[in-house]
Design a protein around this ligand. Sequence first.
Ligand code: ADP
Ligand code: MG
Length: 418
Amino acid sequence: MTFSTLGLTPALLDAVNAMGYISPTLVQKLAITPALAGRDVLGSAPTGSGKTLAFALPLLQGLQPSDARLPRVQALVLVPTRELAVQVGEVISALARQLPRSVKVTVLFGGVSANPQMMRLRGGADVVVATPGRLLDLLAHNALSLGSTALLVLDEADRMLDLGFAEELNQLQALLPGQRQNLFFSATFSPGVQALVQTLLNDPVRVQASGPAQQPPKIVQRAIAVDAAQRTQLLHHLIGLHGWARVLVFVATKYATEIVADKLRKGGLAAEPFHGELSQGKRSQVLTDFKASRLSVVVATDLAARGLDITELPVVVNFDLPRSTQDYTHRIGRTGRAGVAGLAVSFVSAATLSHFRLIEKRQCVSLPLESIGGFAATEVPPPASTSPNAPGNGGIKGSRPSKKDRLRAHATAQKQPS
Ligand code: ADP
Ligand code: MG
């Protein structure tokens, strides 16, 4: 099947062809037609399955000819991280450049000076791709208006509706017209946000691009038993042994990204940390260098877990296990994209074994715990405990807010005393 049966205009079909896309992925097949018909869509599809085009194409087709006398944002795409804003902006801009008429796409995110963004907003923008915080700042400065925005897209929607962004989203919601189309996409929808999704969407078409018709992402998952103190050496060993050219390593804290990257660098590997406290310039540089193969290892927090599309990323390593099953899905989904095979390796120590079993259970997988010669685990798991906060469970995330969530909630409470 080709894109031609989905109801796209000839101009957009040409744009899709020019970009080299030949046939739509399942989520694109299922979501594009109802979205073009103006329906709200709640789309759930695996990582790397092409959700960006599933909303970008209807978004572009729905744009009205821009009118310089009426500067307005016609479509707003909200994403959780700056890097994802850039990436999604690039996909939309690349398609837009193939269209006969000009479409102004502006990307807004924090960590960089707001002035150039304000300048670019002069005269409006057809499409804005933004992280919520900077968007709210610019709205407060009247740099743009959402008063006639006809389309709202939430990419990584469950993250956007999560505690961490809920308040910002509420504020934005109040600035958007009630009459609008909504397209929400994510690989996961945690139970906590299901109810919220219902209230925000208007009679949505639910698109679930999983099940037998969807090629499951080709991600081979492995679990390796190793003592916590041996993990850096094991990682180094595996990279050398398998000749992994590019590895994304997830750890639990910003501090750990620095420590692990430092140790790997001392071991002769081109490794850099990636986390939210680096300057935006540094963050961009690390990703650019990684994509250009100037770096072979990036050691990241979950900041890098959402949406990033790094071509030919063969391996993801969970050096520290993620707190939640959703995070596990998103982390390993950085590899195995667009049908290309990938490998996800999780390091499991005695202290995190029960947490890993929980992740396995929720993922409906059962992985043999491998032992690598020279790195056999010697620690024994702590005795089973009934306390949910006992160290043995590795701190799985339930409805418990993360530190960032708590900070945001706190900041909100400060802003709005009542
Ligand atoms: P998701 O948001 O579902 O994780 P993306 O939209 O980032 O996935 O797409 C993953 C990769 O698949 C990208 O590199 C993208 O260019 C590619 N891709 C998307 N749609 C198609 C298609 N129809 N044919 C081939 N490749 C595609
Ligand atoms: Mg995506």
